[in-house]
Design a protein around this ligand. Structure first.
Ligand SMILES: O=C(O)CCC(=O)C(=O)O
Length: 270
């Protein structure tokens, strides 16, 4: 019988792959079917409440957003999105060896309204930072699919990207700047252009390389800025042995420079 399943994601184009490599990020317009976004938003509100702030603390307390683990690969209604994100991530990774990608993490990141007193942290701006060093992996190539669950513009606290900063090397952990802005610690970032804060129509997503410096303003709306973040890594990435923020190596019997187990970190494009 013919497979009539319609993917909730479109394929990425060669121009989008080229933009990602040149700038370190890309906006994929109308990448996800809005019906899938509304399913994910329903799941998010079921866990975190309408206010995006009714969940117990997740353990990563910072002003950027109220982080909450997703685990949506196990949700049959959401699972098809990973069949779209996997091949798209593989194309964006674009390794000559044809390396695939594995799902490293997925979580909700509602940025809470700046003007409200919130229960959890997550109602401030996102200071400019690189992601790479926080993930304790032994190689670069990881990326984040940043999926807004509603249309948002700059007043919601959407991200800006420092174009081309993914080529500057590893710039340290955001907690290690002694309270300074990364652009003060690394003034070479000021020689690069910064993108405008992104405006997203429903279905648009951005993908940024974990080596790219990015940040966002506060959420000036009176409601949460709902985002769902999916993080693919190259399939051959290994834990580098450093204390990771995003996973618990002891829960998976992992050893430094050992592989990520497929069961907990599934291959989403091979
Ligand atoms: O959602 C945000 O404001 C920031 C997201 C972010 O820093 C990231 O995806 O690495």
């Amino acid at each position: 019988m013919q497979d009539t399943k319609v993917s909730p994601c479109r394929a990425v184009t060669a121009d989008e792959v080229a933009h990602y490599h040149e700038y370190g990020w890309v906006k994929l317009k109308k990448f996800v079917d809005p019906a899938m976004l509304s399913t994910i938003l329903g799941v998010a509100k079921g866990i975190m409440g309408e206010d995006g702030d009714s969940n117990p603390p997740y353990g990563i307390d910072q002003p950027y957003f109220n982080a909450q683990y997703g685990g949506l690969y196990a949700n049959p209604d959401v699972r098809p999105i990973f069949d779209g994100i996997g091949p798209a991530a593989k194309q964006l990774l674009n390794r000559k060896a044809g390396t695939g990608v594995r799902l490293f993490n997925d979580f909700f990141g509602p940025k809470l309204p700046a003007a409200k007193k919130t229960r959890n942290m997550g109602n401030g701006p996102t200071s400019f930072h690189q992601d790479y060093i926080t993930f304790a992996v032994d190689r670069s190539g990881g990326m984040t699919f940043w999926i807004p669950l509603e249309p948002y513009g700059p007043d919601a606290g959407t991200m800006s990207f420092i174009n081309g900063s993914h080529r500057l090397g590893v710039l340290g952990n955001y907690t290690a700047y002694d309270g300074k802005d990364i652009r003060e610690v690394w003034p070479e970032l000021n020689d690069l252009e910064m993108s405008e804060p992104i405006t997203y129509e429903l279905g648009d997503v951005t993908v940024h390389n974990h080596m790219l410096v990015h940040g966002a303003g506060a959420n000036h709306m009176d409601r949460p800025r709902w985002a769902y973040l999916v993080l693919p890594q190259p399939a051959d990435a290994r834990w580098n042995g450093a204390p990771p923020e995003a996973f618990d190596p002891s829960a998976h019997n992992m050893t430094p420079y050992g592989e990520f187990p497929d069961k907990a970190f599934p291959i989403i494009a091979d």
